[in-house]
Design a protein around this ligand. Structure first.
Ligand code: NAD
Length: 421
């Protein structure tokens, strides 16, 4: 099997702009409006020192980008990774704007990131890095301006440190400054599972659309973190057969099906899914090409490209990750008749329950998990139906349809607010 690493030449921001232009063309959007929407409103770069356990003081670089806030406060995750770049954060911020618009929640788009390798940092170092980064970006974040959340290599503990740091500076607790917090400090029921739950809801609709039963459908998943591992559990509970999963070290495959809960325990003990008994070891990228019915990229951007799209065998691709498919690959997959549920729709369950968490924090009144799951399902199904209708109307793929829907909503908000001053 092939095992390519993602192309070094891939620039997620150029990819996001290309997707934007395609939808803008179809919408006949004016050049003036394109100029406003194709770049972020605000880009903050911070360089800040952190004391390491060794006594060394290392300076880290981080970013916070707000793409557009015409529909509401900026919203988006924070990523810790050695691969973070400003262009990646800009792309992710733009996708957040479209994502919030496509599901109809009143937020604009933002994203943050710190260039660091959290796998080689102690909990103390991570806490000091997080608190200093939160302080550096506190000039742009806030419960009514820009609300961060978890993304790759950040979790509810990191959100708790950000919330505490911000609150210490203000002098009182401000839970609504971040979402994805622990329940004990104003987190929401259902937030941890929300992204994967949303992926399941839209995949049910996608399967209906092509007349494919989910029962016994073979599922392959790239990435075994918050999005991927929880998706594996939920799809397994739905009656699907999880045939392959992977993490940064590689993938495992068994055509008879894997037990997601046992694999998670194995990964927690050993640090990787590799070596799980009775499986064939495959490469990180191989899980994308394995024979399956549903492919769930749940790792990172730019993994399905012109180089491997032809070898994808799934009938449905549900994008839990942001930006996993390049525009060239999109074209190839569309021609192959593969239904792609695009990232801005497929993984919008995370930000939707983040929105519920923010609303609950602001009103200091909390809802039960049934109410949250039910509200999430209504919003995801409504968004799927609106995107599918547009795709039918324009005979186009669901990514173009979702972008058209989202960009038209953001353009309308921009238009109706008017240009200040
Ligand atoms: P995570 O850190 O919990 O898990 C990431 C997983 O992907 C890990 O198993 C890691 O080993 C693997 N991975 C990372 N880089 C990889 C690479 N280059 N190749 C192969 N595997 C790789 O992160 P997460 O929160 O699950 O996020 C995964 C994706 O889902 C990201 O694209 C993220 O933006 C997107 N997403 C997450 C949320 C959320 O609520 N957490 C919401 C929407 C979208």
């Amino acid at each position: 099997m092939h095992d390519e690493v993602r192309s070094a030449a891939l620039n997620p921001y150029l990819m996001a702009v290309e997707q934007f232009e395609a939808a803008a063309d179809k919408l006949n959007l004016s050049e003036d409006m394109r100029e406003i929407l194709r770049q972020p409103k605000r880009e903050l770069t911070v360089n800040f020192p952190v004391r390491l356990d060794s006594g060394r003081i290392k300076t880290f670089t981080g970013y916070r980008v707000q793409h557009n806030v015409n529909r509401g406060p900026a919203k988006g995750g924070i990523r810790y990774s050695p691969d973070v770049t400003l262009d990646e954060v800009k792309a992710l911020a733009m996708w957040m704007t479209w994502k919030c618009a496509v599901v109809g929640i009143p937020f604009g788009g933002a994203k943050g990131g710190v260039i660091c390798d959290p796998k080689h940092m102690s909990p103390g170092e991570l806490e000091r890095l997080t608190r200093r980064y939160a302080t550096e970006i506190s000039i742009v974040i806030g419960p009514h301006g820009d609300i961060p959340a978890p993304d790759i290599n950040t979790n509810s503990q990191v959100m708790a440190w950000i919330m505490d740091t911000y609150s210490m500076h203000e002098g009182y607790s401000i839970p609504a400054v971040v979402t994805g917090k622990p329940l004990s400090i104003g987190g929401s029921e259902g937030r941890n599972d929300a992204t994967a739950t949303g992926v399941l809801f839209v995949t049910r609709q996608a399967a209906k659309r092509i007349g494919m039963p989910l029962q016994a459908a073979r599922v392959s998943i790239q990435g075994y973190g918050n999005a991927g591992a929880i998706a594996a559990r939920l799809f397994h509970n739905e009656g699907c057969k999880i045939v392959a999963v992977s993490d940064t070290s590689g993938g495992i495959y068994n055509e008879s099906g894997l037990d997601p809960a046992a694999i998670l325990r194995f990964k927690q003990e050993r640090g990787s899914v590799i070596g799980y008994p009775n499986t064939l070891q495959v490469g990180v990228q191989d899980v994308l090409e394995i024979p399956c019915d549903i492919l769930i990229p749940a790792a990172t951007e730019g993994v399905i490209t012109a180089a491997n799209a032809d070898r994808v065998q799934a009938r449905i691709i549900s994008e839990a990750a942001n930006g996993p498919t390049t525009p060239e690959a999109d074209e190839i997959l569309f021609k192959k008749g593969i239904l792609i549920v695009p990232d801005i729709l497929a993984n919008a369950g995370g930000v939707t329950v983040s929105y519920f968490e923010w609303v609950q924090d602001l009103q200091s009144f909390f809802w039960g998990v049934e109410e949250i799951t039910q509200k999430l399902e209504v919003l995801m199904n409504r968004a799927f139906a609106a995107v599918a209708d547009k795709a039918d109307l324009y005979s186009c793929d669901m990514r173009l349809a979702a972008n058209m829907l989202a960009i038209a909503r953001v353009a309308e908000a921009t238009q109706v607010r008017g240009i200040y001053p």
